[in-house]
Design a protein around this ligand. Sequence first.
Ligand code: ZN
Ligand code: ZN
Length: 311
Amino acid sequence: MTRPELILASPYVAPVLSTENGRQPATITSLRLGLHTSTSKSFEDSALLAHAAGGNTFQIFSASPRQWRAGVPDPAAVKRLQTARDRLDLTPLVIHTNYLVNLATLDPEIREKSVKSFRGELDRAALLGAEYLVLHPGNFKGQTLEEGLAAFVLGLAEAASGFSAPHLTVLLENTVGSGNQIGRRFEELRFIRDLAARETDLPIGYCLDTCHLLASGYDVATEAGLSKTIAAAEQTLGLELVKVIHANDSKGALDSHLDRHANIGAGHIGEEGFRRILTHPAFREKPFILETPDDDGAGARDVETLERLSA
Ligand SMILES: [Zn+2]
Ligand SMILES: [Zn+2]
């Protein structure tokens, strides 16, 4: 089988700029750091919150993450979101799919609801002008992993049937792999993308979550482990298809399969771990979006910490 995206994956070359005073050339970066914000007031407010926290990218839910029912965003509200994003240079906008969708399930009722709900996610993401829609690969209970992967792809294709929004890319997020969760290994994500390419025209990339990486057994907390993880991601996924990084420290240790996000520096990855992740040439140009506890301005502090560690 040919793997065009792997052939295209070229080694990263940092663009350099020679400075007038002849000092060390400065690296040009388009650092994109942000966080998940609330839409409880409005879509526009979610953008303002991201900017106020020091972000220039952000993630939202487009409807309640724990309800099947979802309304259609009001066009005037969409326009205000767009205006705020343009004015404040907030890009990309990432939408996270609600927690109920499980496109891998065999339960007919949940399956029907999941397909319908994910179609709603696609439609809203397109309407809101989001660049990315993040999706977890679901749970394969009662099936082999391979059957679960196939069930997921068929659900994805069914949901996307007749849908077209060329500027929106669906991102498969890696998981901690607890219980029957799909998406612990890069190979599973790659398998999904390859199979999906035969079933749907939906553009598909990847979102890597640093907490999920560590908890699923990819040791991103150490220098050697990070190198190994990035080499594996390059070989299996293709780094150019990794569009977003979820920057979360991990309350669970390496290979703990615990999905518990910690503030940056307060978990098993730690500040030095994040410094290496943020400054690694492979990730330098990726948007980093926090999904960490945001009590009493902790989110803004985390944005600041990421900024400091990436300097
Ligand atoms: Zn995540
Ligand atoms: Zn998580």
